[in-house]
Design a protein around this ligand. Structure first.
Ligand code: I3P
Length: 110
């Protein structure tokens, strides 16, 4: 699965709260492959990376991760929360309710 999403970091590894200057919403081209969610600036960034290069910085491992609708987050629509095995937490905003469910199912059932 792939597509543009907005992402906000809430907690880093080991449930460490993300500092203020890193908590803003940013747009990414998001690709799920081999249990890794790759986040790139745009489609070109993704293509370039496939040809080699290290992007662990922009990769979220989703093995044993959980995606749920962020019903408590009311500032934006179509947002899901992603909690990873290493206790990081992110919010992702998708474009509509169908996309929201599709990302959640894809992440939870791969
Ligand atoms: C953050 C930015 C986010 C906001 C976050 C701010 O500031 O305004 O949009 O989250 O609030 O810290 P900055 O741009 O300086 O990084 P919301 O959109 O969810 O309010 P937070 O600290 O309460 O997460």
């Amino acid at each position: 699965k792939k597509g543009y999403v907005m992402r906000k970091c809430c907690y880093e590894t080991n449930a460490k709260r993300t500092p203020f200057h890193k908590r803003s919403w940013k747009m990414f081209y998001c690709t799920l492959r081999d249990l890794v969610l790759y986040l790139h600036k745009d489609e070109n960034g993704f293509r370039k990376n496939q040809m080699g290069g290290d992007n662990l910085h922009n990769a979220i491992r989703i093995h044993h991760a959980l995606a749920t609708k962020a019903q408590d987050y009311t500032k934006k629509q179509y947002v899901f929360r992603l909690q990873t095995a290493d206790q990081a937490e992110y919010l992702f905003q998708t474009s509509d309710s169908k996309e929201l469910q599709s990302w959640i199912d894809t992440i939870n059932f791969v």
